[in-house]
Design a protein around this ligand. Structure first.
Ligand SMILES: [Mg+2]
Length: 165
């Protein structure tokens, strides 16, 4: 179970406040893109997301985008947010997380990743000692591999809800 367990659960990225990050003891936030700061099928950020990321930076947190999606999709989002990014991160493999932490000049344990998937975002964080905040996906994805992952995720999310994580 440990490898699948996020540090915290929030409905939306925008629910994450500077106070919450301070309480978690991190200095930086790695942001997933799809279903985290933008709906899976949308080319627009979630309303208020750009301002939210900026407010975290203004509060002294470092913010970086780390996505498994291609540069073609991630680059324009990073530009909209004015943030550096790592695309094709191959989460849950730890390389993207390590590169992200290094880019920020921080250790993994000083960073938290924010994402909507247990089997990529959360597992990768646990593999490299990073904190993680699991979100509710913004919209369901198409395709068999997503449906299978979401099926197994559902059981885990129910267990986390029981434990009041
Ligand atoms: Mg995602």
């Amino acid at each position: 179970m440990g490898i699948f367990t996020p540090t915290a659960i929030k409905p939306l990225a925008l629910d994450i406040t500077p106070a919450f990050l301070r309480q978690m003891g991190v200095k930086a936030l790695l942001l997933d893109v799809d279903n985290t700061i933008a709906a899976y099928t949308s080319h627009q950020p979630l309303p208020g997301a750009v301002e939210w990321a900026r407010s975290l930076e203004e509060a002294g947190f470092r913010v970086l985008i780390v996505s498994n999606n291609y540069k073609k999709r991630v680059g324009p989002f990073a530009a909209r947010f004015g943030l550096s990014y790592i695309s094709f991160a191959m989460k849950p493999l730890p390389f993207g997380y390590l590169r992200g932490a290094r880019k920020l000049g921080l250790r993994c344990r000083d960073c938290a990743i924010i994402g909507d998937q247990i089997f990529t975002d959360v597992v990768g964080a646990n593999l490299c000692g990073m904190r993680s905040v699991l979100l509710t996906p913004l919209e369901p994805e198409e395709g068999l591999s997503f449906r299978v992952r979401r099926f197994f995720e559902r059981g885990l999310r129910e267990k986390f809800a029981e434990k009041d994580l």
